[in-house]
Design a protein around this ligand. Structure first.
Ligand code: ADP
Length: 258
């Protein structure tokens, strides 16, 4: 892991956060949020105090993924993170309804993010996992510059279209000198639960090849599994609710490498 001491948080609210790691992707829909949540839970399973910041303000999914409803409380001038499955969490999705969050223009989105960064009472955390918006636009760049990130993890599916954008995401983090901790291949393969046959629906192995070509670590493969979708979309992430399952095992292995 990159040295957490190397980039000390400058924002007061992040002062007592030891290690901030961004989870990015080139494209939307590749499973970045699902990976962020299960990765955060995997770090918590190691005994760490962990927060999840849902910075995907155009499509906040932390409320759904963590099964959280209601609004965060305000204490002093700061928002108190909500809690679920032992994680602290903050998301723009707790504050506004989803339709509203989607139609923001760039400057408003950046401002909302800056507020979420500066005005949340995270308290002491060993790690804060930041679920970034997909892509490499202004908001992502601002985030990468303002947040003292220890490193970034990139999630991609194996097909060329997703990988091209994942390479752009790697380039973006490199440009702002954030170490890329590695690439994860999500929806890497599918094992038929009935016959056991393996299908490579979106092709396979592209993320590993890209990681090697780019000189960044390859962190692992997560299969395409109905169980991951079901647990994720119903607010019962697999690492929190079925830690012994092979699906959870895949995320726990990732967490051990980050
Ligand atoms: P993103 O944050 O990249 O937009 P999400 O995490 O919201 O992606 O995932 C998109 C959809 O794919 C969700 O319905 C999620 O449950 C599902 N999903 C993500 N990863 C997997 C996986 N490994 N297997 C099955 N479904 C997955």
């Amino acid at each position: 892991a990159a040295s957490p001491e190397a980039r000390r948080p400058s924002l007061a609210s992040l002062e007592n956060v030891r290690f901030i790691v961004a989870v990015g992707s080139g494209k939307g829909g590749v499973g970045k949020s699902t990976t962020s949540v299960n990765l955060a839970l995997g770090l918590a399973a190691q005994g760490w105090r962990v927060g999840l910041l849902d910075a995907d303000i155009y499509g906040p999914s932390a409320p759904r993924l963590l099964g959280l409803t209601g609004k965060p409380e305000v204490a002093g001038q700061k928002l108190v993170p909500m809690e679920a499955h032992g994680l602290k969490a903050m998301s723009i999705g707790f504050l506004v309804n989803e339709n509203e969050a989607m139609i923001w223009r760039g400057p408003m989105a950046t401002q909302a993010l800056t507020q979420m960064l500066g005005e949340v009472a995270w308290g002491e955390l060993d790690a804060l996992v930041v679920d970034m918006p997909p892509g490499t636009g202004d908001v992502q760049l601002t985030m990468a510059q303002q947040v003292p990130l220890a490193g970034a993890v990139i999630v991609s599916t194996p097909q060329d279209l997703a990988l091209i954008d994942a390479r752009r995401a790697v380039a973006m983090f490199r440009k702002v000198e954030i170490p890329v901790l590695g690439i994860i291949e999500n929806m890497s393969y599918f094992i038929c639960p009935r016959c056991g046959e393996r299908s490579e629906i979106f092709a396979h192995g592209g993320a590993r090849r890209d990681a090697e070509a780019l000189g960044v670590p390859f962190l692992g493969e997560i299969p395409l599994e109905a169980r991951i979708r079901e647990t994720s979309d119903s607010g019962r992430p697999v690492v929190a609710t079925d830690a012994q399952s092979p699906q959870a095992g895949a995320y726990l292995a990732l967490a051990a490498k980050v």
